[in-house]
Design a protein around this ligand. Structure first.
Ligand code: FES
Length: 227
């Protein structure tokens, strides 16, 4: 197949571009000349910054995915969105009463879930989003924290939800509550905090502070790396 045959046509914000086939939407946009300063972060599917909506040729439906993960297709119409328009409730972790299921008080729309599973289908991480919303409804915070653990906060679930639930903010709140109030204490962490407070590492930290950037780089390169 020639290089010319490999090219596909895509439309970015309505304008046509010829780009090589097989690129991710993000790389196709950059190939087309877009310099992405927003809506881009890790480029590896972890930060959730690159939510993108698109239509496929001959298909009226609107799709959404991560631009750094989804592959651009011939005749695809692409539009990037600067952020997902979802309200995050305001809360102070130390003022929450976890036994009262604060999720429902802060995000009452959770009770509107119609179990349509659209959120689960929209998730690029393939998380069981609807299941953790149902767990939130029951007040099962450990289950919400567990099921939402790999959430990258891209917001695609919220964007597609007919009940206007902001699933990813709900999951984040549950993980914070779980971490602060429910998770068993990590013994090794408590010990390390004590050692630090006692000043066991002061000498080493002082030494690091005196080092030049080159010396720090060298030290970093020689560090022990777990296989
Ligand atoms: S750029 Fe980080 S998830 Fe796409």
């Amino acid at each position: 197949m020639s290089a010319e045959q490999d090219m596909i046509r895509i439309y970015i914000m309505g304008k046509a571009y010829e780009v090589p086939g097989g690129l991710t939407i993000m790389k196709a946009m950059e190939y087309a000349g877009y310099r992405l300063v927003r809506g881009v972060g890790c480029r590896g599917g972890f930060c959730g910054a690159c939510a993108t909506v698109f239509r496929r040729a001959g298909d009226y439906k609107l799709y959404a995915d991560l631009a750094c993960q989804a592959t651009a297709e011939d005749e695809m119409y692409i539009a990037q969105i600067p952020s997902v328009p979802a309200e995050r409730a305001s809360w102070v972790l130390t003022e929450l009463a976890p036994e009262d299921n604060p999720i429902l008080a802060l995000y009452p729309e959770v009770a509107r879930c119609v179990a349509c599973n659209t959120c689960t289908r929209a998730c690029p991480q393939e998380l069981e989003v609807m299941d953790y919303i149902q767990a939130a409804l029951r007040g099962d915070i450990p289950q919400v924290a567990e099921l939402s653990f790999d959430c990258v906060q891209c917001g695609l679930c919220a964007m597609r939800c007919p009940a206007e639930i902001v699933h990813y903010h709900v999951g984040q709140l549950a993980r914070r509550i779980y971490g602060a109030y429910r998770a068993p204490e990590a013994g090794h962490l408590a010990a390390r905090v004590q050692e630090t407070a006692r000043g066991d590492f002061d000498q080493e930290l002082d030494k690091l502070e005196q080092m030049s950037k080159d010396e720090l780089v060298e030290l970093y390169r020689k560090r022990d790396v777990e296989s």
